[in-house]
Ligand binder design. Structure first.
Ligand code: NAD
Length: 479
């Protein structure tokens, strides 16, 4: 039996769970909390409550301005409770406290941004060519939204869905990942305290194959907003086909970081190290493929090796820690297998490739750099979702672009150069939803985010995200 007990939030109440599971602290490998495993009946109750709230009751009649104020209040509550939320996220996922604190500060910004936009999302008057007709277009909420998120950055990944969905007037059932759901179940208390009417926001956790499947295939769900892996995305698309729920997908990546010889190499090395080793590499935008101009490759790798080997690995709750454990034991097993296969096929280990000394009981893995040599190695092709950087050299700008685009993914990318023309040409040529030039990992609620190819469909963030949670109703009036 574990000490902390969490509950699902359904129809404005914290519900007793019929089934539970233990959540494990990745820094120790020990169970620390009891989580509710939502059953099919829980999912049905949550979706029905969301559907009722959409049609009747206070949420259905609330003005956009009032909805916006609720969202702003929620953003304020997130910031006021940042320490507790960060501590819980760190405990349940192993992400270091420095990162969870920093991320929660801008989670508040996302709710405030969409709160501010709620009553600025206008419809249209259409000046049609008929003297006796008036046509207006009303943006109406699309319906009940099923939001499904993975275990990394759950507060952030749900803010980019809940913010625009609620601003648009939709109601939501949010499924937290079964790995590390504590921060979202705690966040449900803030939703309640902010005063969202019963049923407008429901938050539960449970396993993908039963609770996730039931939720995304529910006939009353009109819209699915998913973040996770490509194979789950395919299952979800098959599952939503029956009801034709409108679906957006934010998936994985194998993001290239291109370093030209003319770059500020020290600043590029810092960005490359942060780009792959932050969150122990468990980030969809992890810059996991380094493409470096051959003339500076050896010196650049030396600098990366030095920086990687001085990263402080340890207890994720300690503010001095720079890298924590992986979130699950199966994550580490998968990474170990792919690294071993890549080395067997000719990759050269620059550093890491093993469990670090100490931290034996947690799911730790050392910062790892592999001089890949070939673009066909598994470490270059597959998303590892771990602290492993694969390195390939290039000789020309054209070759750099070909290598950057040599992946079925297309989420993010980085380019380091002091040549303005080269920066623009690379930005035009790279097939990815984000190109960061002389920076990496910058985010803002004002800026759209999403993938090309296997990295997904649709965009989150920015003004247009609200439109994606509405559908237009055209009203014709004979005058
Ligand atoms: P995952 O796809 O295994 O799980 C994600 C969520 O889907 C979980 O809540 C899970 O319970 C649920 N799920 C699983 N099977 C389901 C089904 N059949 N029906 C409905 N729901 C189901 O992903 P993960 O391993 O938890 O997370 C890692 C993946 O997420 C990586 O590929 C990563 O790149 C991606 N990711 C993408 C972004 C982005 O914004 N593009 C951000 C973070 C993570």
């Amino acid at each position: 039996m574990t000490a902390a007990v969490f509950r699902n939030y359904i129809d404005g109440r914290f519900a007793e769970a019929a089934a539970t599971f233990d959540s494990v602290d990745p820094s120790t490998g020990a169970a620390w909390a009891t989580m509710p495993a939502a059953t099919a009946a829980d999912v049905d109750r949550a979706v029905e409550a969301a559907h009722r709230a959409l049609r009747t009751g206070p949420w259905a009649s609330m003005t956009a301005t009032a909805r916006g104020k609720l969202l702003v209040r929620l953003g304020d509550l997130v910031v006021a409770n940042a320490d507790r939320l960060a501590e819980l996220e760190t405990r349940d996922t192993g992400k270091i406290i420095r990162e969870t604190r920093a991320q929660i500060a801008y989670v508040g910004d996302y709710y405030r941004y969409y709160g501010g936009l709620a009553d600025k999302h206008e419809g249209a008057y259409v000046p049609i060519d008929k003297a006796d007709m008036e046509v207006t277009v009303r943006p109406e909420p699309i319906g009940v939204v099923a939001a499904v998120v993975p275990w990394n950055s759950q507060l952030f990944l749900s803010a980019v869905k809940l913010g625009p969905a609620l601003a648009a007037g939709c109601t939501v059932v949010l499924k937290a990942s079964e790995d590390g759901p504590a921060p979202l179940l705690a966040f449900a208390e803030l939703v309640h305290d902010a005063g969202f009417p019963a049923g407008s926001v429901n938050i539960l956790t449970g396993f993908g194959q039963d609770c996730g499947r039931r939720l995304t295939g529910h006939p009353l769900v009109a819209r699915v907003a998913f973040t996770g892996g490509p194979s789950t995305a395919r299952e979800i698309v098959r599952n939503t086909a029956e009801n034709l729920a409108y679906t957006t997908l934010e998936l994985g990546g194998k993001s290239p970081v291109v370093v030209f010889a003319d770059a500020d190499l020290d600043s590029a090395a810092n960005a490359v190290v942060a780009g792959i080793f932050a969150a122990s590499g468990q980030s969809c935008v992890a810059g996991s493929r380094l493409l470096v101009e051959r003339s500076v490759k050896e010196a650049f790798l030396d600098s990366l090796k030095r920086k990687a080997e001085t990263i402080t690995i340890g207890d994720p709750q300690d503010p001095a820690t720079e890298m924590g454990p992986l979130a699950t034991v199966r994550q580490r097993e998968r990474i170990e297998a792919i690294v071993a296969e890549s080395l067997a096929k000719g990759g050269k280990l620059v550093t890491g490739g093993k469990r670090p000394d100490g931290g034996a009981s947690g799911f730790y893995y050392a910062p790892t750099i592999i001089d890949a040599g070939s673009p066909d190695l598994p470490c270059v092709r597959e998303e590892l979702f771990g602290p492993v950087l694969s390195v390939l050299p290039f000789d020309t700008e054209a070759e750099a672009l070909t290598l950057a685009n040599d992946t079925p993914f297309g989420l993010a990318s980085g380019v380091f150069t002091t040549n303005l023309g080269k920066a623009h040409r690379m930005a035009r040529g790279i097939h990815a939803g984000v190109v960061w030039i002389n920076t990496y990992r910058a985010v803002s609620p004002l800026v759209p985010f999403g993938g090309y190819g296997l990295s997904g469909l649709g965009r989150e963030g920015g003004l247009d995200a609200i439109r994606d949670y509405t559908r237009s109703k055209s009203v014709w009036i004979r005058t």
